[in-house]
Design a protein around this ligand. Structure first.
Ligand SMILES: [Mg+2]
Length: 164
């Protein structure tokens, strides 16, 4: 279980991802978390920097699906202006929404990257399905809700145990 919390790659932000390398390695799809991964948990819309990044991602050829545990209104309002497919109330780390996202892109697990800021939802869920998992530093940790804060505490405990 603990091993499944370890991401394949850890970066400060999505902008550090080596997209060309990942493409050459055969990856074709990106399943990305929303809150604190693409923008801060309380930022309603994409930043110009993110819009530019998504453009590059699309130009390389990657498909992108936003998979968020947040509510419909939050995710819809954010994703629709970007014309990106999305899944809300995803119940990560459970399998269903990751599978649904793979089906939407018509891709296999081995061709797909998961990006997120939480080990217990994004990384755990992605690792269990054999996706390439990337953990980013949360953009605005102070804006997180109660359950996310609980998850952070569990993450820290898990990391401590693994270091032993
Ligand atoms: Mg998040």
């Amino acid at each position: 279980m603990l091993k499944k919390l370890i991401p394949r790659e850890q970066v400060n932000s999505i902008y550090e991802l080596e997209l060309d390398t990942l493409w050459k390695q055969g990856y074709r799809g990106i399943i990305t978390d929303l809150d604190n991964t693409l923008v801060g948990a309380k930022a309603p819309f994409a930043t110009p920097e993110l819009i530019e990044w998504l453009k590059v991602v699309g130009q390389i050829g990657f498909q992108v699906v936003i998979v968020s545990n947040n509510q419909r209104t939050r995710v819809t309002k954010f994703a629709e202006p970007l014309s990106l497919p999305f899944i809300y109330r995803a119940k990560k780390p459970t399998h269903a929404s990751f599978r649904k996202a793979l089906n939407m892109m018509r891709l296999e697990a081995g061709q797909t990257i998961v990006i997120g800021d939480q080990m217990l939802t994004d990384v755990l869920g992605g690792n269990r399905l054999g996706l390439y998992t990337v953990l980013v530093r949360p953009i605005s940790p102070t804006d997180e809700g109660f359950f996310t804060k609980v998850n952070r505490t569990l993450e820290k405990a898990a990391l401590k145990m693994m270091k032993r």
